[in-house]
Design a protein around this ligand. Structure first.
Ligand code: SAM
Length: 416
């Protein structure tokens, strides 16, 4: 009874017509991004007098930016180096004057290339399958741009260029851009595809500069700082002292990367161009990446659903179990960082496996309750401006999709 009363379908959380690309939120696309307006509302509602917000799966840093805009220090962690680069850049106060000098230099440089005035010696990166994903012409252009960026001495400006470069890499590759996973466009399309990486990056830089100007204006009198780490929330949360955080606002992955959103695969080409080692291994390291044998949690809601799946398909049950096992461990770690009276706000999705809906909202509640938290609320929202496909690939077979979810659940818990 109590559970029902506290669960609200509340369309005001849909933010159907909201502009989700304000400030630095416009910098870079990413799968399953949080809507900034959700983070903002949660911070206003549950973060009164908060000094520090923590996002344990910060992705591109949506909630971190919103914390800074409210004068709250922000700490984020993510295992994906590309996500960290974007989050760091989105929360940085980049000096506009220095940026403008480099933008002018870059424009002049690309102009001079058109006239053959400047013929740089370029080094094409040596990663597997580069010829599969990029034409030789595009490889040359990207290598020239990358070399220019590598030589920028201002760290923040350099990162802003890398972020625009990353989107350019993806868009100038043979990837189908409508997909988060890497699928190559057919040969006929590849033959005609002749992207201009220079004009692409120039227009992205111009867009991001406009976002930066708004961000700098809004944060003129704000001194709050962001720190972004790369630790695995399942293993340990280093650097964050116990009971030091007042509010957590986060959107964890919906499931393992193989069968839900492949963050590592989405980022792979960018990470490879940026020189990140083992860029093709990231998805295995994310939650649910390692399959293990099923053990009981001793928590009915999760044990029951895994049992039901196991009757139909034991392999899928092990995959689901492995994800929740990691999720449970990470909630234990995250819980310890929160002060007594602090709030944990988790935006989760209830995906379907083998035709059964996984009640991740209720499982999130149960995992926090096992860590001495009180359940406060669940706001149920429609996903109108979807940042992930409602059709997913539950079997991971190319082309085989299933409608997965149309709602998100914002679960609010309070530490005793
Ligand atoms: C739903 S996305 C977060 C999106 C973010 N809210 C945004 O607006 O960009 C989930 C993130 O969790 C990260 N992740 C998955 N497993 C992790 C782990 N064990 N430790 C740290 N980060 C992890 C993924 O790399 C991904 O960026």
């Amino acid at each position: 009874m109590e559970l029902l009363e506290k669960q609200h379908m509340n369309t005001s959380w849909d933010f159907r017509t909201a502009n989700t690309k304000t400030y630095t939120h416009c910098y870079h696309n990413y799968p399953a991004m949080m809507i900034p307006q959700i983070a903002e509302r949660l911070i206003v509602k549950y973060g009164k007098n908060a000094k520090t917000l923590f996002d344990p799966y910060c992705g591109t840093g949506t909630s971190l930016v919103e914390a800074i805009l409210k004068s709250i220090n922000a700490i984020g962690t993510d295992l994906n180096p590309l996500a960290r680069l974007i989050a760091k850049t989105k929360t940085a106060k980049i000096e506009l004057q220095i940026l403008d000098l480099y933008l002018k230099e870059f424009n002049d440089f690309s102009f001079s290339l058109n006239f053959g005035i400047n013929e740089p010696n370029i080094v094409i990166p040596n990663f597997k399958n580069i010829d599969f994903w990029f034409s030789k012409k595009t490889q040359n252009k990207l290598a020239i741009i990358k070399q220019f960026i590598d030589n920028i001495s201002d760290k923040n400006v350099k990162d802003l260029f890398y972020v625009a470069f990353s989107e350019t890499v993806r868009e100038s590759s043979f990837t189908r851009n409508s997909e988060f996973k890497l699928y190559r466009i057919p040969e006929k399309q590849r033959e005609k595809f002749n992207p201009d990486a220079f004009s692409m990056i120039i227009s992205k830089l111009a867009r991001n500069r406009r976002g930066l100007i708004d961000y700098l204006d809004k944060t003129k009198y704000i001194n709050a700082k962001a720190q972004i780490f790369g630790f695995n929330t399942v293993e340990t949360i280093e650097n964050i002292p116990e009971k030091s955080i007042e509010i957590i606002v986060t959107s964890p992955p919906y499931g393992d990367s193989r069968t839900t959103v492949a963050y590592g695969q989405f980022s792979r080409l960018s990470n490879q161009w940026l020189g990140i080692e083992n860029a093709n291994q990231i998805d295995n390291k994310l939650m649910g990446g390692k399959i293990s044998n099923i053990h009981k949690f001793g928590i009915n809601i999760v044990d029951e659903i895994i049992e039901k799946i196991a009757i139909k398909d034991n392999k899928r049950a092990r995959e689901v179990y492995s994800f929740y096992k990691d999720y449970y461990k990470s909630i234990n770690n995250v819980s310890a960082t929160l002060k007594s009276g602090g709030y944990a706000c988790y935006v989760v999705g209830n995906r379907k496996v083998k035709g059964m809906t996984l009640p991740t909202d209720k499982i999130t509640r149960a995992f926090f309750e096992a860590n001495d938290f009180e359940y406060k609320n669940t706001f149920i929202r429609n996903i109108p401006n979807k940042r992930m496909p409602s059709k997913n690939s539950p079997t991971n077979e190319i082309g085989k999709t299933e409608t997965t979810m149309n709602n998100e659940y914002i679960v609010v818990m309070r530490k005793y």
